[in-house]
Design a binder for this molecule. Structure first.
Ligand code: FAD
Length: 395
């Protein structure tokens, strides 16, 4: 981006080109707002940020009744998004929650909690015993494990969605500017200063900087209380004979020593460059000593012990897993109540942050809500649970 090509003003300036910033840009485009500038410090949905990768789970299987309802609303909006895109952006192949049941909610909920909420809200599911799980999928559940299978869940094709948002925003005339880090927000939210020293004035600012949002908001005294968790995921090649049988799964187990017990995986949705089927799997906890407040202090290399634990789970608890072929650390932005912050912080400044491991499935709702806030409206649904003044995020 050449400095002399920078606009001096826009009606909306969005800071951050991940899920939140891009979904907001696309939603503003659909509302007919054309004078929008999105500033991204690196490249759109880059590999060090939280929105990188080919897939994200979507589900309504939540232990929290409010999130379950909001996930249903997001799914309605995904269907509209797919109509706009003229293509499918999600694969519906179901999701298996399986594992131990104990009297505690994890950051992903729990099997009994999700069952209660799905019963209350009429979400279809199948209850499965350990032997039924083993018969149906190449998984090796322990005898005391139980499972819930939600047939209408699946995977958002996040890379496809990102490409769709970029097309939608560019078609509306939005400027999506890469390599344009913002160094400072105007105190009144009336503009931003870039690291280059350039200034862009705006009627409205949307801060969508993921784990880095704190750095821009702290000088204004507006930073919510969030932690940064480094999260490990990897691709593993699998036996081609079993490739069609892997489910999308989430395994709940109690924490034991340094094993946080929560693991997840996707079906075969892609292949390696040389054509071998692969599954994406990850660990859904971060050891306390690796959680940080300062975003740039997060480890970026996969910690050996976490890789050992993930390998141990994959090679011992699934059948047909062959080789780990790609290993990645990506950040979670975490509130202590594992819920997001989506709110107007000042009359001219709105924020999305704290997306944890949950937010992508809510993307059309997040984008639409940010676009409404930037247009001086309220979100179309009640998002009190994501407000920035709740105790869990008040600094
Ligand atoms: C490993 C992993 C697995 C996940 N799995 C799921 C799942 O299965 N289902 C689900 O629903 N959700 C999932 N999530 C959650 C979801 O992906 C994230 O919550 C979401 O992508 C966060 O998007 P974001 O736009 O807030 O942040 P990011 O994607 O991190 O985007 C923030 C952007 O802001 C830019 N930026 C930062 N500072 C500045 C600045 N000063 N100036 C300009 N730009 C700046 C950054 O470079 C970055 O590109 C997962 C997340 C991770 C990490």
């Amino acid at each position: 981006m050449q400095a002399n090509a920078l606009p001096q003003r826009a009606s909306v300036v969005i800071i951050g080109g991940g899920m939140a910033g891009l979904s907001c840009a696309a939603a503003l485009a659909r509302r007919g707002v054309s004078d929008v500038v999105l500033l991204e410090a690196e490249t759109l949905a880059h590999a060090k940020a939280s929105s990188f990768g080919e897939t994200r789970m979507f589900r309504e299987m939540y232990s929290d009744p409010v999130l379950c309802r909001l996930a249903q609303e997001a799914n309605r909006l995904w269907r509209e998004e797919e109509t706009h895109a003229g293509e499918q952006l999600r694969d519906t192949h179901g999701l298996l929650f399986y594992g131990e049941s104990w009297d505690e909610e994890t950051i992903e909920g729990s099997i009994p909690g999700a069952r209660r909420v799905m019963d209350d809200q009429g979400i279809p599911y199948e209850a499965l015993s350990a032997s039924a799980i083993a018969a149906r999928f190449p998984l090796k559940p322990k005898p005391d494990f139980t499972g819930l299978f939600e047939p209408t869940a699946g995977a958002v094709r996040s890379d496809k969605v990102v490409a769709h948002w970029i097309r939608t925003a560019r078609k509306a005339g939005h400027q999506l500017l890469e390599h344009c880090p913002v160094s400072q927000l105007d105190a009144d939210g009336g503009g931003v200063t870039l690291s280059s020293g350039d200034h862009i004035s705006a009627d409205q600012l949307v801060v969508a900087c993921g784990i880095w949002s704190q750095l821009l908001l702290a000088p204004l005294g507006l930073a919510p209380k969030l932690e940064v968790w480094p999260m490990l995921w990897a691709h593993y090649t699998v036996d081609p004979a079993l490739a069609s049988r892997y489910p999308q799964w989430f395994c709940f187990q109690r924490e034991r020593g340094d094993d946080g017990g929560l693991y997840y995986g996707f079906p075969v949705l892609s292949t390696t460059a040389d054509g071998r089927p692969r599954i994406k799997c990850g660990i859904d906890w971060s050891p306390k000593e690796l959680r940080v407040a300062e975003p740039n202090a997060m480890v970026t290399e996969p910690p050996a012990r976490l890789v050992e634990l993930l390998d141990g789970f994959l090679f011992n608890e699934l059948e047909g897993v062959q080789e780990r072929v790609e290993t990645v650390i990506s950040p979670y932005s975490m509130a202590s109540d594992v819920n997001f912050v989506l709110d107007r912080l000042t009359p001219k400044l709105s924020l999305f942050a704290g997306g944890s491991g949950q937010a992508f499935k809510f993307a059309p709702l997040i984008g639409d809500s940010l676009a409404r806030l930037a247009s001086g409206e309220q979100p179309a649904v009640d998002l009190t649970c994501w407000n920035h003044q709740r105790d869990a995020v008040r600094a």
